[in-house]
Design a protein around this ligand. Structure first.
Ligand code: GLU
Length: 282
């Protein structure tokens, strides 16, 4: 059984301790399984991603002593793959155009009865109105239609994935996917034509990833991604969501916290060996 995992950072800032922990967890697992460790740069958001951050990611990971297979996959080089997948879904009526602004969407979600899941569910506009808005050149996002997806699959009951780590509530083992947790997620952003979940499932499949190892904060994403795999006929990897590293004050590390970036730690004289040891890797 091949073992292929990846670390998939977005070059929107410098890597911090949390990223180092994630990358080391994935690379160590690959090494122990005599498997492969890939690096993927998730840079579809051209407005937020910067080449200097990408260069810094490569430099910081190499400094930490990580080794990954070449070539590194850069999502911005594969936009046509994601467009093809979206066209496939659109052709089967599984996505719809959503013209709402971000503010309108949060207004509608905010109006949900107390305790209801705060996710967006919508539907395509009546054809006449949609045509009018398209003619007027209004921008739209493509959203997954959970309703159409559920119909196409005859329900979500058969969708499951294996969690070898821990979900956000400690779940592990065989998990029945609950894609409704994400609502009608955006698969094609207004400004970019693609969005995170779609790019990730396409790439994990294209790169032959068998183990998705990443932070617990992305556990809910697995529920949505499992559905997309089913709709697009892609294999489902095994998931291993790891605990999130927290600062001594109990808070998660964030990209804006400059003091915890790997560059800053390096500038302060910390060595890769010390970082590895501190995180429990030898
Ligand atoms: N690019 C995502 C991030 O930086 C990770 C995506 C994934 O591992 O699935 O949070």
């Amino acid at each position: 059984m091949p073992f292929v995992t990846r670390f998939a950072p977005s070059p929107t800032g410098y890597l911090h301790r949390g990223h180092a922990f994630s990358a080391l967890t994935a690379e160590t697992a690959a090494r122990q399984a005599h498997g492969r460790f890939l690096l993927r740069i998730e840079d579809i958001d051209a407005g937020r991603c910067r080449p200097e951050f990408e260069a810094a990611i490569l430099e910081d990971l190499a400094w930490l002593g990580l080794q990954w297979e070449e070539p590194v996959r850069r999502q911005s080089d594969h936009l046509s793959d994601y467009a093809d997948a979206l066209r496939d879904l659109a052709g089967r009526g599984l996505v719809y155009r959503c013209f709402r602004t971000r503010r309108e969407v949060s207004g509608e979600i905010g109006g949900a009865p107390h305790g209801a899941m705060e996710v967006f569910r919508g539907q395509a506009l009546p054809p006449g109105e949609e045509a009018r808005r398209l003619d007027a050149g209004e921008a739209f996002a493509w959203r997954l239609s959970l309703e159409a997806a559920e119909r196409a699959l005859g329900g979500f009951g058969g969708l499951a994935f294996i969690e070898l780590g821990q979900g956000s509530g400690g779940e592990h083992g065989e998990i029945v996917a609950r894609p409704e947790l994400g609502g009608d997620v955006v698969l094609g952003r207004k400004d970019l034509g693609v969005a995170y979940h779609l790019a990730v499932v396409c790439d994990d499949a294209r790169q032959g990833v068998t183990q998705v190892i990443r932070g617990q904060d992305l556990f809910e994403a697995a529920h949505v991604q499992r559905l997309l795999q089913a709709l697009l006929g892609l294999p489902t990897p095994v998931y291993r969501h790891h605990r999130l590293l927290t600062a001594p004050n109990g808070k998660r590390f964030a990209k804006r916290d400059q003091a915890q970036t790997l560059r800053e730690l390096r500038a302060r004289g910390m060595t890769p060996t010390e970082i590895r040891r501190e995180m429990g890797f030898d």
